[in-house]
Design a protein. Structure first.
Length: 136
C-alpha cells in the first residue's frame, strides 16, 4: 500500500514538473496580442515635402496595427488589408518577418524588454519615420 502511495506521489510530481515546464513563457509568447501605435516621429527633408504630406504620413502610420497571432504568425494591418506574415525574434530583440510566399526575411523593428515596446525605423527618399508600438 505504501509503495502505491509513493508511486502515485512520484508520478504526480513528475507530471506537475512537466506541465509547468511546458507552460514556460518564451519571449515569443509574450509578443502575442495586438500592438497599436503610441508615437510617430517623422523627419523629412523640408525641401522635398510639405507639412500636409508629413501629416498624411503620421495619420497613415497611426492606423497601423501589429497582431501577433502566435509565436510564428504576425498580421500587419492597415486601413485596406491584413498581411499575413511569418515572424521570428532574435536574442537581441530584433523582430524579423517574411510574407508567406517569400523566402526573404525583413527587419520589422526592435522589441525593448524594459519599455515593453516595439520600435520600427523606416528610411525613405524624403527622410525617416520612427514608430513606437505598445501592446493593447
Amino acid at each position: 500500500m505504501m509503495n502505491k502511495k509513493l508511486l502515485f506521489a512520484g508520478l504526480f510530481l513528475i507530471g506537475t514538473v512537466l506541465f509547468f515546464g511546458a507552460c514556460k513563457s518564451t519571449p515569443e509568447k509574450k509578443m502575442i496580442g495586438t500592438w497599436i501605435v503610441k508615437t510617430v516621429e517623422v523627419d523629412f527633408d523640408e525641401m522635398k515635402s510639405t507639412p500636409e504630406m508629413v501629416n498624411q504620413v503620421i495619420e497613415k502610420e497611426n492606423r497601423m496595427q501589429l497582431e501577433f497571432v502566435s509565436d510564428s504568425i504576425l498580421l500587419i494591418k492597415d486601413d485596406h488589408a491584413s498581411h499575413r506574415t511569418v515572424w521570428s525574434l532574435n536574442p537581441n530583440g530584433g523582430i524579423f518577418f517574411r510574407f508567406e510566399n517569400s523566402p526573404q526575411f525583413n527587419l520589422l523593428g526592435t522589441y525593448d524588454t524594459e519599455e515593453k515596446s516595439i520600435t520600427t525605423n523606416s528610411s525613405t527618399p524624403l527622410g525617416t519615420i520612427n514608430v513606437v508600438y505598445k501592446k493593447e
